[in-house]
Write a protein that binds this ligand. Structure first.
Ligand SMILES: Nc1ccn([C@@H]2O[C@H](COP(=O)(O)OP(=O)(O)OP(=O)(O)O)[C@@H](O)[C@H]2O)c(=O)n1
Ligand SMILES: O=C(CO)[C@H](O)[C@H](O)COP(=O)(O)O
Length: 410
């Protein structure tokens, strides 16, 4: 059994630098001082015992897409991340390969994990330095981010802060305030003592390290650490005397652990996706005008909307490139229909929407058609617009996949 994925290995460019032009990130955090490639190890070799499902949680589908694909995408979309190594159990290698291929995860390769999380992470790190992975042509990164595959909502802001702090201090990790008090029980299951909550924090992910530091810590750690350890930051403190910088992260960093977390994760994904809308209209004046009116109305509902015009009838309807939005945008196609034009003439290819919907679904984009009867009567037109907005809003919110490719009459 080969240990590393057979997708084209992309060499890391040692000269490449993290945010190399010193551009400030969105919130103004500058990584000017940071130079060197950044890679990511995503441990995904667990079986999800606490979830209690036959499919490990990282492969459970949320809105038709495996959870792990969302996590990978969260890293791949960041320019300064050069490579992602996903660590999976041997029995899930084929599944992982198919996910990488289906969702076009170009920066991602896989390797086989171990029986515990620490063993899996160590295997993931070894890909960069062990001779047996030489054919991968991966250059050892200066900084490596470690992140649980089952924490899909990581954003660039926290990653930038953690990677920069790791570069400066050797190690860094995200923390959150405790939501419950931590208590110790005695052997008879009575309270022994409780900790003062305000002094403690929950250790979350992502964490980042100078590669040499974390690799050395794993080389030195004991069998007991490998078997029972839960904290990478603890390893670098114990074996490399490196004290991690701790940075408070957003509440969305939580780990999908129990069944209810899958529902919460799906709702969060839905909410995020439902905010990005692309409206495609026909090229004529009235259609574009309606598109812009719809945009205005949807924007008052806190949606991010882009309007694009395309010729419907000439097989030109295709997934547009929407530069201002994430790749998971949703498209509404609507048809403006002047009373005089017969439907069959105006939309001489009604199957175009269905074709587009099918193609778009592979990219997690849902396509709905709205058929609007265009009229010069401003009262009637307003009513149609309000209906369009109402229908669009609920289509976006529900992400009902049964209705994709359908033409709904407004
Ligand atoms: N042998 C293991 C065990 C865990 N993990 C990964 O480590 C992350 C965090 O671990 P956890 O939430 O505990 O996942 P599971 O071990 O799968 O869950 P459980 O403890 O409920 O069995 C997960 O992405 C999991 O896949 C891993 O790579 N290799
Ligand atoms: O929080 C963490 C690091 O500090 C890890 O995500 C946590 O230890 C993961 O695994 P487990 O649930 O198996 O302990």
């Amino acid at each position: 059994m080969e240990l590393i994925g057979d997708l084209p290995a992309r060499p890391l460019d040692p000269a490449a630098c993290f945010n190399q032009h010193g551009d400030p990130s969105d919130d103004g955090v500058s990584a000017r001082s940071f130079r060197g490639p950044v890679a990511v190890v995503l441990p995904a070799g667990g079986c999800g015992e606490r979830m209690g499902l036959s499919t490990p949680k990282q492969f459970c589908k949320l809105l038709d897409r495996p959870l792990i694909s969302y996590t990978i995408h969260a890293f791949e979309r960041i320019k300064w991340i050069e490579a992602v190594i996903v660590v999976v159990a041997e029995q899930h290698v084929e599944l992982m390969k198919s996910i990488i291929q289906k969702y076009n995860h170009e920066k991602t390769q896989w390797c086989v994990g171990g029986l515990t999380r620490h063993r899996s992470i160590f295997n993931g790190l070894s890909v960069f330095v062990d001779d047996k992975f030489m054919e991968c042509h991966l250059t050892k990164p200066k900084v490596v981010i470690i992140h649980d595959a089952v924490r899909p909502f990581v954003n660039e802001d926290i990653l930038l802060k953690i990677a920069t702090a790791a570069n400066d201090h050797g190690a860094a990790g995200a923390i959150r305030p405790l939501v419950s008090t931590v208590i110790a029980t005695n052997s008879e299951h009575f309270l022994d003592h409780s900790l003062e909550r305000s002094k403690y924090r929950a250790s979350e992910m992502p964490q980042a390290f100078l590669f040499d530091t974390i690799y050395k810590a794993y080389q030195k750690c004991t069998e007991y650490d490998f078997e029972y350890g839960t904290e990478c930051l603890h390893l670098v403190l114990s074996y490399c005397n490196t004290q991690a910088k701790l940075i408070e992260g957003p509440p969305t960093l939580w780990k999908v652990t129990y069944k209810q977390d899958l529902f919460a994760a799906e709702s969060l994904i839905k909410e995020t996706l439902s905010q990005n809308v692309c409206v495609i209209t026909d090229v004529d004046q009235e259609a574009l005008q309606l598109g812009h009116c719809l945009k205005k109305m949807l924007m008052t509902q806190h949606m991010d909307v882009e309007v694009i015009s395309a010729e419907y009838g000439k097989k030109k309807l295709c997934i547009p490139h929407v530069s201002s939005q994430e790749s998971y945008n949703i498209i509404i196609v609507y048809i403006s229909l002047p009373e005089s034009t017969p439907f069959s003439k105006k939309l001489d290819e009604p199957s175009a929407i269905r074709r587009l919907a099918k193609e778009a679904k592979h990219r997690n984009i849902l396509v709905y058609g709205l058929l609007v009867n265009y009229t010069k009567d401003s009262e009637e037109l307003n009513e149609s617009l309000e209906n369009m907005c109402f229908i669009s809003k609920s289509l976006m919110k529900d992400r009902n996949s049964a209705l994709t490719g359908q033409l709904l009459v407004v």
